[in-house]
Design a protein around this ligand. Structure first.
Ligand code: NAP
Length: 244
């Protein structure tokens, strides 16, 4: 594994994957959608850790952006051998009965359509080369359902678990591994974007391990799945959720 693309790599879990990859000397394409400063800071940190880095602005829910992002990543860093389909959003917590259609549409556009587009683009590029690794960032929400908070988000992540199963079977014969990671309550900005900045700490104490997780703890699992150390692992859905 030498060259990877991370969607939503500027902050949170994606940022931690970028830093860990940089520490291994990998080349890292960092996609983001709006926060230029965070993406630039992550790229600088990857270079400081020993890797190469490029930032790529693009909305994963827009097909033209996704195609251009993969194209630019390979032009600047060389052929990709790993992709982390990580970009994802939540919307403010509420029961399903109170959800506006537009909010649900955006959650599914980014988390499902965007992830499928990125996985498709990965398949098109990795499979002809006969090797590679795709990691889909799902969520423990896929099996918990997230009642009264975001059942839309939970369903969007369940779609990624199913994608990992199906795409691993499509691409296994061509030497490309596809796996999913299901983080639990991880301390990142995503909870504030759902209107609950303290959510990970508040609920994390109820996890069997008694705390929220850190982004770098999820990154370890993702980088392992990207790496040759996971050479016989495909179609797996790995919980990194403190037992929750
Ligand atoms: P985060 O801190 O909010 O970071 C999200 C990243 O995704 C940012 O870099 C953001 O870009 C990018 N992004 C958002 N929408 C995008 C779009 N349409 N196109 C391209 N990039 C986009 O989130 P996180 O907690 O690290 O979450 C990363 C993944 O882990 C998500 O899929 C999330 O569902 C999943 N997850 C997180 C947790 C948790 O507790 N944190 C638990 C389970 C699963 P900008 O920086 O430009 O805004």
């Amino acid at each position: 594994m030498t060259t990877i693309l991370i969607t939503g790599g500027g902050r949170g879990i994606g940022r931690s994957v970028a830093l860990l990859a940089g520490g291994r000397g990998w080349s890292v394409a960092i996609n983001y959608v709006g926060n230029d400063a965070a993406a630039r800071e992550t790229a600088d940190a990857v270079r400081a850790a020993g890797g190469q880095a490029e930032t790529l602005r693009g909305d994963v829910a827009v097909e033209a952006d996704v195609v251009a992002m993969f194209q630019a990543a390979e032009e600047r860093l060389g052929p990709l051998d790993g992709v982390v389909v990580n970009a994802g959003i939540v919307a403010p917590s509420c029961p399903l009965a109170e959800m506006e259609a537009e909010r649900m549409r955006r959650v599914f556009e980014v988390n499902v359509f965007g992830a499928y587009l990125c996985a498709r683009e990965s398949a098109r590029r990795l499979a002809p080369r006969g090797s590679g690794s795709i990691v889909l960032v799902s969520s423990a929400a896929a099996r918990l359902g997230s009642p009264f908070e975001y059942v839309d988000y939970a369903g969007s992540k369940a779609a990624l678990d199913t994608l990992a199963i199906g795409l691993s079977k499509e691409l296994g014969p061509q030497g490309v591994r596809v796996n999913a990671v299901r983080p639990g309550l991880i301390d990142t900005d995503i909870h504030a974007s759902g209107g609950q900045p303290g959510r990970a700490q508040r609920l994390g104490v109820n996890a069997p391990l008694g705390r929220a997780g850190r982004a770098d703890e999820v990154a370890e699992a993702i980088v392992w799945l990207l790496s040759d150390a996971a050479s016989y692992t495909t179609g797996a859905i790995l919980d990194v959720a403190g037992g929750r």
